[in-house]
Design a protein around this ligand. Structure first.
Ligand code: BGC
Length: 280
């Protein structure tokens, strides 16, 4: 079975076929710029354009930068408001003619990191934080995802945290690495106080520059950079699509079955387990 992963990001819509056992891309990624405005119709066109460059795939996983429940997109902080309550999984499935699973972008990236990257072999509560256009979060307890956590919107100094510590803000305000590290530390300490995770995995574009600001972070919880970099969303989306199509993921040793994971329905993977053992 060949599965395509497609990541809808702030600047690009990227896709590739994925080896869901190894957690690797099976070929070159294809990317088109994210349409502006990023309304439903234009983004569905962009996803279809990416998918059309690949052949012979059986199902598709798509990431979305907002809350996704049962394949329906519920919020649209950094995309066009037409996405609020859009039946995304159905729209993509109709357009691509293949089963499509849609899940939150940070959930997808976190799922990939926990199965194949920086969170491999880690148990307990792990939090993925993506610093990009916004701040995305994903929580995993012993490899099982608690979907749609949206902790990038916690209030910090009376403001939405993603308006203070995202990579977009770092660029827009031309922040020094010291200032950026100070803001990210403040955000992570707030989350640490609330949840006491065992590990933070930091992803998003800025994870490539981890050496510039990680040494400046002031926080007790261990912090590591995501290792799958730009491909985490694509890989996580494909793994979710596979789990939704085959029903894998909930019934394997080391993973906890999650009721909300209903195999075979578009968008079934909002709640799914990431079984690192199975992936190797
Ligand atoms: C959205 C999240 C998303 C994050 C990263 C936030 O603004 O609310 O759902 O994961 O941006 O794209």
């Amino acid at each position: 079975m060949t599965i395509l992963g497609i990541d809808i990001g702030g600047s690009g819509v990227k896709g590739a076929p994925v080896d869901t056992v190894r957690g690797e891309l099976l070929g070159e990624r294809f990317r088109v710029p994210t349409p502006q405005p990023a309304d439903v119709e234009s983004v569905v066109d962009a996803v279809a354009e990416v998918a059309a460059t690949f052949e012979g795939f059986d199902s598709v996983g798509v990431t979305f930068p907002g809350v996704v429940v049962d394949g329906v997109t519920r919020t649209a902080a950094n995309v066009h408001k037409s996405w609020i309550d859009a039946p995304a999984a159905q729209l993509f499935t109709d357009r691509l003619g293949k089963p499509v699973t849609v899940l939150n972008d940070a959930d997808a990236a976190g799922a990939a990191e926990v199965a194949f990257g920086a969170g491999r072999d880690e148990s307990g509560l792990i939090m993925m934080v993506t610093l990009g256009t916004g701040i995305g979060t994903a929580l995993f307890l012993d490899g099982v995802l608690l979907p749609n956590t949206e902790l990038g919107h916690l209030e910090l100094d009376g403001k939405d945290a993603e308006l203070i510590a995202s990579d977009r803000v770092r660029e827009a305000e031309d922040l020094s690495w010291e200032k950026f590290a100070h803001r990210v530390s403040k955000y992570l300490r707030h989350v640490e106080m609330l949840l006491s995770p065992r590990l933070f995995i930091i992803g998003g574009g800025v994870s490539k520059k981890a050496d510039k600001y990680f040494p400046l972070l002031e926080i007790r919880t261990p912090v590591v950079a995501a290792t799958l970099l730009n491909n985490a969303g694509i890989i996580g989306a494909a793994v979710s699509a596979e789990q939704a199509t085959t029903g894998r993921g909930g019934q394997h040793p080391g993973s906890i079955p999650v009721d909300a994971s209903r195999p075979g329905t578009p968008g079934a993977a909002e709640a799914h387990s990431v079984n690192a053992g199975e992936a190797r």
